[in-house]
Design a protein around this ligand. Structure first.
Ligand code: CP
Length: 318
């Protein structure tokens, strides 16, 4: 069993329920991972993913090995048949099979280049490992998706909708400005997760920031942020670069920053962001510091999202 994308969740309701039970008793399956090793390979920086996935593995009794592959590993070649006389020292074919001898599960973080849409969409790093490794693979954020984040977000939504008394929540994914070009992975996986939920789901962004139509599908898009925010119960904010003008920052419009005034348009909405976040660019201090901000709890739920995924994989290795 691999966990590569949100589509690998067969029942979001069931997984969220199981993750919440793990949260009540995180060490219940402490023996499940005895004598099992997870290798966490990072091609990009991380705070939450790195620590929460290690914590989850340790809660299950696993041994963890962490490698900053971009700085500590050999530069990998992913193309078949290449004459490797340039900068790349090792082929994914050998690397994945060698690491599989040391680890029972391999988890990978490899962001989009934002330069080559076709290569990014092909997920060459994640799929390279999935193809050549002989052990299960977990996606810790790839070019296209961040399914561990989306699962943590689903847990957080479930924990925080009790006050709605069973009403279908209105959940808004809002683009916000950022000085740098950021990938689409978090937004993509959030959209895919929301497409599995009973919710009134709306995506709002300026023109030019449409997500990959293969992912957005028929999810509702509202180009007027104020209109989208009306009656919202949850505001999930994230920046992403343009998909059509691939990897470009086509707007930094500060009127899209999530402010107290914007939040006042909502139904006392809870605020969500995957972190890290740039204060007073993406979201104003008073929103992030408000009691309706769920960002710290979201980060906490990363452990239980990772733990339910690892538990399900370990169950298949018994
Ligand atoms: N949200 C998230 O994935 O955080 P890190 O990039 O710090 O791991």
């Amino acid at each position: 069993m691999n966990y590569l994308a949100v589509k690998d969740i067969d029942s979001i309701k069931q997984w969220v329920s199981e993750a919440r039970k793990l949260k009540e008793d995180p060490l219940k399956y402490k023996k499940l991972g005895t004598d099992k090793t997870i290798g966490l390979l990072f091609f990009n920086p991380s705070l939450r993913t790195r620590l929460s996935t290690q914590k989850a593995a340790q809660n299950l009794g696993m041994t963890t090995m962490v490698m900053n592959f971009d700085k500590e590993g050999w530069a990998l070649e992913f193309e078949d048949g290449t004459v490797m006389d340039q900068g790349k020292s090792e082929h994914i074919k050998e690397a994945a099979r060698v690491i599989s001898q040391f680890c029972d599960i391999i988890a990978i973080r490899a962001f989009a280049s934002l330069k080559d849409k076709a290569k990014d969409k092909a997920e060459i790093v994640l799929n390279g490992f999935a193809h050549y490794a002989t052990v299960p693979i977990v996606n810790m954020e790839s070019s296209v998706g961040h399914p561990l984040q989306a699962l943590a977000d689903a847990i957080t939504l479930e924990e925080n909708k009790g006050h709605l008394g069973g009403k279908k929540p209105k959940v808004v994914l809002s683009w916000a400005p950022h000085p740098k070009a950021l990938p689409h992975a978090v937004a993509n996986s959030f959209v895919q997760m929301m497409q599995k939920q009973e919710a009134d789901f709306v995506i709002t962004h300026p023109k030019g920031y449409e997500l990959d139509p293969d992912i957005a599908g028929d999810s509702k898009v509202e180009y007027d942020q104020d209109e989208a925010f009306k009656e919202a119960d949850f505001i999930y904010t994230k920046n992403w670069s343009s998909f059509s003008d691939y990897g470009q920052v086509v707007s930094k419009d500060p009127s899209w920053t999530i402010s107290k005034e914007k939040m006042a348009l909502t139904n006392k909405a809870k605020f969500m962001h995957c972190l890290p976040v740039r204060r007073n660019v993406v979201v104003a201090d008073e929103v992030l510091d408000d009691e309706n901000s769920l960002v710290i709890e979201q980060a906490n739920n990363r452990t239980y999202a990772a733990q339910i995924v690892l538990k399900k994989i370990l169950d298949t290795l018994k």
